[in-house]
Design a protein around this ligand. Structure first.
Ligand code: ZN
Length: 411
């Protein structure tokens, strides 16, 4: 009976992915029995037993005593061994680099933050990325032999199969950079790249609020704006991996010119960079703001976080800009809700510190503009993963999404 029931699912499943699937079930539940794994996967007890024995033998998991019995013998529970392996995750964008080392359960072991300056050329940026990886490995104290690989969250347009960063408007001159190969050659570790807005979604899927959600969208607001879309539990990339470029959605036909050539793109009005530009423009026109005092007259030091801080303390123009930004994002989110009908939308990046100030404006706009049926089921929240979000997701790319890495590292 069992065999007949399990047959169709087994045949549809790709052989190579079974062990990773089992590891991920253990990762999600914390502790789970062989019996429960068989139930969730629809695999036979024998198949699960064999895969579990191999994972025990290779030191990726361990047995941790007995769980509750559902009649009969109490089952032995399995959990991941945190020290079994480690992964490196890197995330960069126009102004910053973040590198992390996480253990096998996804706990943060070490992190390093680097800066990209506007005058940095292609080679300098690549050198800085490589340097950040060296630094985070040193800081973690973990030998590279225990590292499964390096995941890179890359901004702009990418070709993940070739490991190429094709273009990124915010870094002029950054074109066709073979970032995957350059990092792989330096560290001799399996290296995978993914669009950084998607690694942010992966972080939420594996370590954040979307653990048990199969249809979710992460809206990243940083120097640019983009989406990481998870549909039926899988990342959605599009035919040439450019899906999710919501930053270039027109929200104001006559708005400011964007680097893409269009006018009034969402990211020219609501990105971290745009918010800073908008407040500077108003201050330049003579409007007074507490921000001038906060940065001691040095306007170069104005960041989106400082604008938020000023808005929260009641600064008039900062507050207006924060509310307008919430409205622009609300417009975009209403469109996302109508298009994708997700269960969860998580706002991540520069504006998270604004909390309810922006979230309430987003919710009001969504209430006014999104269709009723999808609007009623969606939850809109703020990410709780902090600055590391993109780098954590890049590490998840190695640990949770790619079995190929495993076979290379642990045969
Ligand atoms: Zn644009």
């Amino acid at each position: 009976m069992d065999i007949v029931k399990s047959r169709p699912r087994v045949e549809f499943m790709k052989r190579g992915t079974r062990k990773l699937q089992i590891l991920n079930i253990i990762r999600r539940s914390g502790a789970v029995s062989r019996h429960d794994i068989a139930k969730v996967t629809h695999l036979s007890k024998g198949t699960v037993g064999e895969a579990v024995d191999d994972l025990l033998h290779r030191g990726f998991i361990r047995e941790i005593g007995l769980g509750e019995s559902s009649g009969g013998r109490k089952p032995v529970l399995l959990e991941l061994k945190p020290e079994a392996a480690y992964a490196i995750g890197v995330d960069f964008e126009a102004t910053s680099i973040m590198a992390v080392v996480v253990d096998f359960t996804g706990n943060l072991i070490a992190s390093v933050k680097g800066k990209i300056e506007t005058e940095d050329d292609k080679l300098t940026i690549v050198r800085k990325i490589i340097e950040s990886i060296h630094q985070v490995i040193d800081k973690s104290g973990i030998s590279t032999e225990k590292m499964l690989g390096i995941g890179l969250g890359v901004p702009g347009l990418i070709d993940s199969r070739k490991g190429i960063s094709i273009s990124y408007y915010s870094l002029p001159g950054w074109r066709d950079v073979h970032i995957g190969d350059l990092v792989r050659l330096e560290f001799e570790l399996p290296t995978y790249i993914e669009k950084n807005m998607r690694t942010m979604a992966l972080a939420e899927k594996w370590f954040g609020q979307a653990r048990n959600v199969d249809n979710m969208i992460c809206l990243g607001v940083r120097s640019g704006i983009g989406l990481g879309v998870v549909v039926d539990g899988k990342l959605f990339r599009g035919v040439s991996e450019s899906a999710g470029e919501i930053g270039h959605m027109t929200v104001d036909r006559t708005g400011p010119k964007c680097m893409c050539g269009n006018r009034g793109c969402l990211q020219e009005l609501a990105s971290g960079r745009a918010i800073v530009a908008r407040i500077k423009k108003r201050m330049k026109n003579g409007e007074s703001s507490k921000i001038d005092k906060l940065v001691k007259g040095n306007w170069k030091k104005i960041t989106p976080e400082i604008v938020i801080q000023a808005a929260k303390s009641g600064d008039g123009i900062a507050l207006e800009i924060a509310k307008e930004t919430g409205e622009y994002l609300g417009l975009a989110i209403a469109n996302i809700i109508n298009l994708f009908n997700p269960e969860l939308i998580i706002l991540a990046g520069n504006l998270v510190s604004a909390g309810e100030l922006i979230l309430s404006r987003i919710r009001e706009t969504v209430e006014e503009r999104a269709l009723e049926v999808p609007r009623k089921v969606v939850r809109i929240t703020l990410s709780e993963l902090g600055d590391n979000i993109g780098a954590l997701g890049a590490a998840a790319l190695i640990m949770c999404e790619s079995e190929e890495v495993w076979e290379l590292t642990h045969v």
